[in-house]
Design a protein around this ligand. Structure first.
Ligand code: ZN
Length: 106
């Protein structure tokens, strides 16, 4: 099996569909405490799912935009310059960058 971003997208897309069905099922619940509880659980699951998808993409070498939560997968045409499809944040490739600057410790 080819573990690439397409595979990740499909897997997370399927999970997203499950959440959509759950949301529709939730609407059938009577108004009250349980419905609120279920809605909250689904909302949290959506955020976790989005974050897990972003982290999977990061593991595959994609950059993440952390200007917002959940983090968004940034896109690149050349694997050097990256752009966030949500907020437009960009990472520009710099030729002589000090590699120590990339580990967020400095
Ligand atoms: Zn962004």
């Amino acid at each position: 099996m080819n573990f690439d971003l397409e595979f990740v997208k499909q897997a997370f897309g399927a999970l997203g569909n499950v959440l959509t069905v759950l949301k529709q099922a939730k609407d059938l619940l009577p108004e009250g405490g349980k419905k609120v509880e279920v809605a909250k659980a689904i909302e949290n699951a959506e955020k976790e799912l989005k974050n897990a998808e972003a982290e999977s993409a990061r593991a595959l070498g994609y950059q993440l935009c952390r200007n917002h939560w959940p983090a968004e997968i940034m896109l690149s045409k050349d694997n050097l310059n990256w752009k966030c499809p949500v907020c437009g944040n960009e990472i520009k490739y710099k030729k002589q960058e000090n590699p120590l600057k990339n580990n967020n410790l400095l």
